[in-house]
Design a protein around this ligand. Sequence first.
Ligand SMILES: [Zn+2]
Length: 390
Amino acid sequence: MVNYYSADFILPATSEPLKNGTVAVGPDGAILGLYPEDSLSLQDVNVTKLEGIIVPGFINSHCHLELSYLYNKIPQKEGLLSFIKNIISLRKSLKNTEEVMREADRQMWENGIVAVADVSNNIDSKKIKENSSIYYYTFIELLSFEPDKAKDVFREGSELLEQFSPLHASIVPHAPYSASKELFRFIGKFCGETGSPVTIHNQESEDENKLYRYKSGEFLNFYKELGINIDFFKPQARNSIQSIIPLIPVQQKTMLVHNTYTSLKDIYFILRSNRSVTWCFCPNANLYIEDRLPKVEMFQYHDFNITVGTDSLASNTSLCMLSELKTLHLNFPGLLLTETINWATINGAKFLGIDKEYGSIEKGKRPGLNLITHTEGLKISAESKVQKLV
Ligand SMILES: [Zn+2]
């Protein structure tokens, strides 16, 4: 059976918004057609009329399903280092369970998320991903700031990658402060050979920049507490991003996540580098951890591929892309929904290489369809809700 849905607006993401438009969907979720208002071809069909805006299924560009068990366990707004220390100690005292990950997966599906770029440190989430209706791409995240441990850490990562087979997965560095040059070299070689995309947490705290610029700040104490000797590390006289980007093969698609302390100089550095860089924002997690947002406006005038992620339930109260969009629009009133919907859909699909199927409402794709309610024209409101249609 073919279903016809019309709404105040349809936002296809790759074409202009359709006011009072209609979309036809086949039984398998395939888009069969998009029709403007008063289309003659719709005269004899039953159209379900809805109030709100129909958008493609959401692509969550950053999550850690395996951290779902840390929901509501870590105090808010204490900064990144305090957050990481909490994760380290809670990992020892609490046990991850399949139930909480299944619940998080279900929550994402109900909130209209159809694909997730998920960061994993272990195999815990595999079974959930295998049985989920959501498309998962797993980024196996490696951590080792000590150069002499790089080889072992990379080998363990390669073993984990094999365990995730046949699911889509690749190996990536965790963050500039937790990956040595040597580890970057191994990962760079792997990505160069496989063509896999790279994703890395970037500039989530000002201390990360301080570490790279001057070898100062809170990270020095942090390493000391962990018993890690960083005598080998020399101050780089520039922000972390400018030091690590050259360590990634130039042709590799790279997604930088968070960017809370990225400066205009850093942005110009990336522009000059001629790389395919995607910036991913996780605004609710940024407020949860650092109580600060990236300077979003700085990024939007340069034709960058921008995406949005929820991060995990360790640093967020829900896994909901609409909540992330609400936070963005509340704090940056100049943003247009026609723009941010692309961040939450097609741009993430492009980064993951799944845009033939997902990310926009186009004939032949099976992108999933969401209705955003409580809208005004092409604007969402604090009361807006997401309802999964397909
Ligand atoms: Zn993360």
